[in-house]
Structure formats: C-alpha cells, structure tokens
Design a protein around this ligand. Structure first.
Ligand SMILES: Nc1ncnc2c1ncn2[C@@H]1O[C@H](COP(=O)(O)OP(=O)(O)OP(=O)(O)O)[C@@H](O)[C@H]1O
Length: 242
C-alpha cells in the first residue's frame, strides 16, 4: 500500500503546479488521472515516479516516508517502479525482444550484465511478456519498424520484464488510432489484474478512463477536484473538470 499525503510541487520560479494531493495506490489498482491541459497530470506522474522532486508532503511506501528515507530505500522503491513515456524511447536498431531483454537485464547478476550473457530463463521471460502484450510474432522485428501501438506495447513488456510493481504511464494512448487506444488500455488492465501491478495512467479521453479504470482522479489547477471509484462521471462532474 502506498499513501500520498499533501504532495506539493513548486517550480524553481515559484509557480505551484501541484497542491496537497492525497490518495492511496493499492496493489492491483488501475487509476486514471484526467483533467484539462495544464492541470498537472504529467507532473503528478513524474512526482510519483520520483522523477520530479516534491516540494512538500509524505510518500509512504510500505510504511516508510520515501522523501526522508536514505538512498538505499529510494533505490529499492525505484526498482519497483516504471515510468512510460507518451512516445517510448526504444533502441531503434534492436529487435522488440532485445528491447525487452535490456529492460530485464537490470534484474540479473552483474557478471552476466558485463558479459551480455542471456540465460534461457531471461529469454523465456522476455518472450512471455511479449506474448502477454500480443507481440510474440513481432519479437524479431526491429523497433524502428514497429507501429506506435506496438512500440507502446514493447515499452509495457519491458517494464513488466523489469519486475515493475508500479507502472506510471503518461498519455500512453495519445496519438494512436481508436482501436490501438482500446487495445493498450485493455492490455494494461489485464496486466494490472493478473500481476497485481498498480497502474496509474494520465490521459485525456474520459470515456476510456471510465471504461477501464477502477478509479478516476480528476485534476484541476494542480488539485484533486474529484475522485470517483467504480462508476462513470456525472455530467456535473465532467463540467467541474472543464
Ligand atoms: N518544468 C516546468 N517549467 C515550467 N512550467 C512547468 C514545468 N513543468 C510543468 N509546468 C507547468 O505546470 C503546469 C502543469 O503541467 P503538466 O504538464 O503537468 O500538465 P498536464 O495536465 O499534464 O498537461 P497536458 O494535458 O497538456 O499534458 C502547466 O502550467 C505547465 O506549463
């Protein structure tokens, strides 16, 4: 269980981008963060992934406040997290499989990392994660030849192979065709439920959030305007987010 209490993010120039964000990230929860452009969705995900600094608040990770914890505790927490960019950065000249294996390599002993030796287990694990995102037939395709949706699926497989228990995805379906958008959301949801991965997705399309997420956090002007669990938003709630 992860608890966020009073998360505030102030930029060096003084602008407050996030104010007093509170919430809980339960194992296996699928949370969609929605809100108007500039409301702070990306900043929230970056703060949760420890990519952006917090200006205030508590980040309780298995009972320990990560913001006051030492390097080792932060490093251990980071190993459990993965942050997916809107446009995944892949090794273009390497295959989908290699891209996933590179993600998994952080989990293997140093001597195999140095020598680049890949164990049969690593190979099988990478193939299994590619299968779980429906990319087994594209395993040997170079990343540069993959479509936007396939690239996003490689990035998801890489995060899963890396052992991520917490996945923060910033606009993972933006720029994709409607079919691919549904496909990615569906796969994220399956991973979430089958592996008990906690997934937090920032997104614009409310109807996708309503269809797939267990919980919707609506952000406005850097604050949580509303939280809804297990149901669609009412017209009045949608209006509050515009
Ligand atoms: N490093 C930065 N420097 C200046 N302003 C920033 C920085 N990071 C965020 N902001 C500002 O903070 C606010 C929130 O930005 P953020 O990208 O988190 O919003 P968002 O909801 O993800 O927007 P969008 O939906 O357009 O991606 C915006 O006004 C943005 O301009």
């Amino acid at each position: 269980m992860i608890t966020i209490a009073g998360l505030t993010r102030k930029l060096p120039q003084g602008k407050v981008v996030l104010k007093d964000i509170r919430g809980q990230l339960e194992a296996g929860a699928f949370i969609a963060v929605v809100g108007p452009s500039g409301s702070g969705k990306s900043t929230l995900l970056k703060c949760l992934a420890l990519k952006d600094p917090w200006s205030g608040g508590e980040y309780l990770f298995d009972g320990q406040n990560l913001l006051k914890a030492g390097m080792l505790a932060k490093w251990k927490a980071r190993r459990k997290m993965a942050y997916l960019e809107q446009k995944p950065i892949l090794y273009e000249k390497k295959t989908a499989l290699k891209n996933v294996l590179i993600g998994a390599i952080g989990q293997v002993p140093w001597f195999r990392r140095v020598t680049g030796m890949v164990r049969n287990d690593d190979y099988m694990g990478a193939m299994e994660t590619l299968e779980s995102v429906g990319l087994i037939d594209r395993a040997h395709q170079h990343a540069e030849k993959l479509s936007g949706g396939e690239r996003q699926r490689v990035a998801i497989a890489r995060a899963i192979a890396h052992g991520a228990e917490l996945l923060f995805a910033d606009e993972p379906v933006s720029g994709l065709d409607p079919h691919s958008q549904e496909d990615i959301m569906d796969r994220l949801k399956k991973i979430c439920k089958e592996k008990r991965t906690t997934i937090v997705v920032a997104m614009h399309r409310l109807e996708l959030a309503e269809k797939f997420a267990d919980e919707i956090w609506g952000l406005k002007d850097g604050q949580i305007e509303l939280k809804v669990r297990g149901r669609r938003l009412t017209g009045a709630e949608k209006a509050r987010l515009s």
